[in-house]
Design a protein. Structure first.
Length: 280
């Protein structure tokens, strides 16, 4: 097939807040979260080809039996009843298992890229349904920005606020298994969880007062080192700091890039760090 080569940025995300409201009958957990898209992430490159091909460059990582990008391609192909001839290159920068949604963002980028070159593109609702089948975070990345996610994260409500700030991500070389974190968390949830409360428009004071990540209590207990990172970020002047998802990434939000750079020096010799900005 013929089209002009193009690239799509697969940005990361953090959870500004994450409440676990309880376990559903289908085995998933009911969530209430605030997703914030960040500028840093992977890139997906799409080139014309005689047949489908997929490769990865950049960061080497173990993607198990199958990369989620391949799952996205196969699911999309089944939906349109046709395999598109395209060479997809995943330029990987985001380590897996960090709570930043790297794999989910990659899958969403594949869906968006294929929909751009398909003879008859899928409607937004159909694309959202495919994204939900790939993973709870994937639908968020179809639009990105700042959104509230409920259900398993797929029931999305765009938020118009733009809080700004500069984000310092600290990625310790620790793997937090999401299933293990959920298992440990259920013993702490003695009463049904309550949804996130916040005023509109969102302000820094709202985040400090109302926003928290329910995973912190168990993850910081399992890995005290991760909890220490949050404490240091706050000591170094972050307006707000939190675990993202079930970790292991901890982020701090600073007023200026200069302030984030100053805080970054504390972690440089110990952890991978990244300074980035939010997208609206």
């Amino acid at each position: 097939m013929s089209f002009t080569s193009f690239s799509i940025a697969a940005h990361t995300k953090v959870n500004l807040a994450l409440k676990i409201l309880g376990r559903r009958n289908d085995g998933y957990h009911e969530l209430d979260t605030i997703f914030q898209e960040l500028e840093w992430g992977d890139h997906l490159h799409f080139e014309p080809a005689e047949e489908f091909g997929f490769r990865t460059i950049g960061l080497e990582f173990d993607h198990g039996d199958e990369n989620i990008c391949l799952s996205a391609y196969r699911l999309y192909s089944k939906a349109i009843g046709k395999q598109l001839a395209v060479e997809i290159t995943l330029e990987k920068h985001v380590p897996p298992g960090t709570g930043l949604g790297g794999g989910s963002a990659d899958a969403a980028a594949v869906l968006k890229g294929l929909n751009r070159i398909a003879p008859i593109p899928l409607a937004d609702l159909a694309l959202h349904e495919l994204a939900t089948r790939l993973g709870a975070d994937v639908p968020f990345f179809l639009r990105g920005g700042l959104q509230r996610g409920r259900g398993i994260g797929e029931e999305l409500e765009p938020l118009e606020e733009h809080l700004g700030g500069v984000y310092l991500l600290v990625l310790p070389p620790l793997h937090v298994a999401t299933k293990q974190a959920f298992s440990a968390l259920k013993y702490r949830l003695t009463a049904p969880g309550s949804p996130i409360t916040f005023r509109r428009p969102l302000q820094w004071a709202d985040m400090v007062r109302f926003f928290e990540n329910d995973f912190e209590s168990v993850v910081f207990h399992m890995h005290p080192e991760i909890g220490s990172i949050k404490e240091v970020l706050l000591e170094e002047g972050a307006h707000f700091a939190s675990l993202s998802g079930s970790g292991s990434t901890v982020y701090g939000i600073f007023e200026t890039r200069e302030a984030a750079l100053a805080a970054q020096t504390v972690f440089l010799n110990r952890y991978h760090t990244q300074i980035t900005t939010p997208l609206s």
